[in-house]
Ligand binder design. Structure first.
Ligand code: PLP
Length: 457
């Protein structure tokens, strides 16, 4: 057997040493570094050339200039957008998958990896109450999952019409969505040349009743292909009326897609599980483990009630691929989304779930929900602050009396500058407001109080 060359030996030592140190940071620093492209240019000058460079020199530049210029999404002080908090087990296993180039394209090539990934999809499907036949694939994110699922939904609507069910083929298919559906849903609709029938509700929660009223007022149910429900809006953590929407979808023969990219993880938390009633009727369901299931980027679970339908839309055929479709007991993840080559990105979650147990996940999710409730109480107790609404899941929206957009921006900039926290403001009904997105189990009430203190008059 050959041994690796000296440069490889050097890299194994120094890159692994760097990785080890990063893994031992607990908590990790928030970081900010330079965002000035000119400064970054200077830092990288002379490295990407025809000539080789010493790996330690390149790693040194990464460590000194690039890594600190990335805000750590996995810091307990990262409270903006949707944070990340990958478990150490999942991070370590992610490295292993990279080192071994583990892919998860077809059963022929990667049965072992795919079998374990499918166990995780099964565990998620079980929490949702989806039938034994449900299945799908891990894809890169909620956006990729929404696009893949909506493509299937549109195709099924087309087939329904051409199979002779009453209805004509509409010029453009439409999806019924709530006003707070994720931006990626609207992107998807545009890419698929579909339109949205947007249902506005006073409290931002899409209900079966509101959907029914909107469909009646609209008068063109024949152009609807599906209903998109959100199980945890990204801006406010609101779970739509899944049971009511499932009923509407069933009455009209529409596909029901549930986007739980952020909030779907709440299925594992007993205190909020009842709010997901009806999710068992979903035709497709998405949850991002890289959000609230503590997996590394990038990882979204896409699950279909009837995977054969998805396969009929996404399966790629080519002479050289025929062989992957003729395996006994085959399960080809590539057949369930618009991808072919894929990393076995569900495996870090599999390893971590096995190591810590599913119960620990439910507990960690409950921790963030409890923190949101505590933070809401703290906000309500301070006279210069006001809750915009009771927190949904782990997101808290609140306002500072007398503040406008620039005050929030200055406050947020200072918090990052001082390495206290990262929480850019958001917009709610046209008003700039503050927003906590909790997720990291180590985010403390102490930190929350510090942040609120900095809003005091
Ligand atoms: C984050 C999010 C998405 C998009 O997921 P990505 O992984 O960022 O592509 C879609 N829907 C909802 C509700 C989300 O919170």
């Amino acid at each position: 057997m050959h041994s690796v060359d000296a440069t490889t030996e050097q890299m194994i030592r120094s890159v692994l040493a760097y990785a080890e140190n990063r893994l031992r940071l607990d908590p990790v620093p928030l970081d900010k570094g330079s965002r000035d492209p000119a400064e970054l240019d200077i830092a990288l000058r002379g490295l990407l050339t025809d000539e080789p460079h010493d790996p330690d020199q390149v790693l040194g530049v990464y460590a000194a200039f690039l890594a600190p210029a990335v805000i750590s999404a996995d810091s307990p002080r990262f409270l903006g957008f949707i944070p990340a908090a990958p478990t150490k087990a999942s991070l370590l296993f992610d490295m292993l998958i990279s080192c071994a180039s583990i892919q998860g394209i077809s059963w022929l090539e990667a049965a072992g990896a795919i079998h374990a990934e499918n166990q995780v999809l099964r565990a998620i499907a079980d929490q949702a109450g989806l039938p034994a036949a449900a299945g799908g694939s891990f894809v890169s994110g909620g956006s990729a999952a929404n696009l893949s699922a909506l493509a299937v939904a549109r195709e099924m609507a087309k087939r329904r019409v051409s199979a002779g069910t009453p209805g004509r083929l509409p010029q453009r298919w439409r999806a019924l969505v709530g006003s707070d559906a994720h931006s990626s849903v609207h992107n998807t609709l545009r890419l698929l040349e579909m339109d949205a029938l947007v249902v506005r509700t006073e409290d931002h929660r899409l209900t079966g009743r509101a959907a029914r009223a909107a469909i009646e007022a609209d008068g063109d149910p024949g152009s609807l292909a599906l209903v998109v429900a959100t199980s945890g809006t990204t801006n406010a953590g609101i779970i739509d009326d899944l049971a009511g929407l499932a009923e509407v979808a069933r009455e009209l023969g529409l596909w029901l897609h549930v986007d739980g990219a952020y909030g779907g993880a709440g299925l594992f938390a007993p205190s909020v599980r009842p709010a997901y009633a009806g999710i068992e009727h979903a035709d497709s369901f998405v949850v991002d483990p890289h959000k609230w299931l503590f997996a590394p980027f990038d990882c979204a679970a896409l699950i279909y009630r009837d995977p054969a339908l998805a396969r009929s839309v996404h399966r790629q055929d080519a002479g050289y691929l025929d062989v992957i479709h003729s395996q006994p007991g085959e399960w080809n993840p590539t057949d369930y989304a618009y991808h072919l080559t894929r990393r076995a990105r569900g495996l870090p979650l599999w390893f971590s779930l096995c190591v810590y147990g599913i119960r620990a996940y439910g507990e960690a999710i409950e921790t963030a929900i409890a923190l949101a409730r505590q933070a809401a109480e703290e906000i309500a107790s301070r006279d210069y602050l006001e809750l915009v609404r009771e927190p949904g899941l782990s997101i808290v929206l609140f306002r500072r009396h007398g503040w406008g957009q620039e005050d929030y921006a200055r406050w947020a900039d200072r918090l990052l500058e001082d390495q206290v926290a990262f929480l850019p403001p958001t917009t709610w009904e046209g008003e700039t407001v503050a927003r906590f997105a909790f997720l990291h189990p180590q985010t403390s009430m102490d930190l929350v109080r510090q942040i609120l203190d900095r809003m005091a008059p």
